[in-house]
Write a new protein. Structure first.
Length: 284
């Protein structure tokens, strides 16, 4: 083989390796088909939709717009205006969670707002500040019934910088105080091992506990990933998310039967939406 032929083969092999490195696999967790969502488009007022919670009637979704201190009720099957309740002034609100009776909103700086009088004309909120120094950014809040706590996971926290993990903090719903010690830490190297991709930072944007599997489903809009952990943050599975479906996934919630709802903020000139993925407990 001539030198010219060797060079051509080398170039072709390099090109193939480059393509394969960029050719991500798009698989789904057991029970779901992430490529086959039911889409619900939302009105203009909710193009910045962030945290979501499926209402008990499984017909409405409670949500926040990350620019306003309001909770909205979205009828996913209708085109009527969304009732909403103002609990505080405008700000960067990122997630919403409930223990079944109390409603908690997360602000990006780690403040939690206990919203009272929701669904009435006297909505208000009391703020609770995470007692920790250093700059912190959060987008993820969920309720863990094991210990009656609200859990928030760092998206970008100064204390985590360069350490290869994301810290989670717990707010005790019995005492209405934050735990002194971190609740758990997510090891980024475990996500890298599952995705075969180098990841400098993992940036969670939403999370919720699966009602049947009792595992934590974590979204990352920045990394375009769905990561599944146990309830103590140990990474178990990781899935790449297709950009054409998951434009900017910022909210997640489950129905009691396991059906999964994911909200996408406006991105790339596309409109915001809510995606529903049916859950099939039998092997697909």
């Amino acid at each position: 083989m001539t030198l010219r032929h060797l060079l051509i083969v080398a170039v072709l092999l390099t090109s193939c390796n480059y393509y394969n490195n960029r050719d991500k696999k798009y698989e789904s967790p057991k029970g779901y088909k992430l490529g086959e969502p039911t889409r619900f488009h939302v009105r203009q007022s909710m193009q910045e939709i962030s945290g979501i919670v499926l209402a008990p009637d499984e017909h409405h979704i409670l949500a926040i717009n990350d620019e306003q201190g309001r909770v909205f009720s979205i009828d996913v099957t209708g085109n009527t205006p969304y009732p909403n309740w103002k609990f505080d002034k405008s700000g960067d609100y990122e997630d919403l969670a409930t223990d079944g009776k109390n409603w908690i909103v997360l602000k990006s700086n780690g403040h939690l707002y206990h919203v009272t009088g929701l669904f009435s004309d006297s909505t208000d909120a009391e703020a609770y500040k995470l007692p920790s120094d250093g700059k912190k950014e959060f987008e993820t809040l969920y309720y863990d019934p094991r210990n009656d706590g609200m859990v928030m996971v760092c998206k970008a926290c100064e204390d985590d910088k360069g350490k290869g993990y994301n810290t989670a903090y717990r707010f005790d719903m019995k005492t209405w105080t934050f735990d002194e010690a971190p609740f758990f830490r997510i090891n980024i190297a475990d996500i890298e091992r599952l995705t075969n991709e180098k990841m400098t930072l993992f940036k969670p944007s939403a999370a919720a506990i699966h009602p049947i599997e009792k595992r934590l489903y974590i979204l990352s809009a920045v990394n375009r990933l769905l990561v599944i952990t146990d309830l103590d943050g140990k990474v178990l599975e990781a899935y790449n998310l297709k950009h054409t479906i998951f434009r900017q996934p910022e909210g997640i919630s489950f129905a009691p039967n396991g059906d999964m709802y994911i909200s996408n903020e406006t991105a790339d000139e596309s409109s915001a939406n809510i995606l529903k993925f049916k859950y099939n407990q039998r092997p697909l």
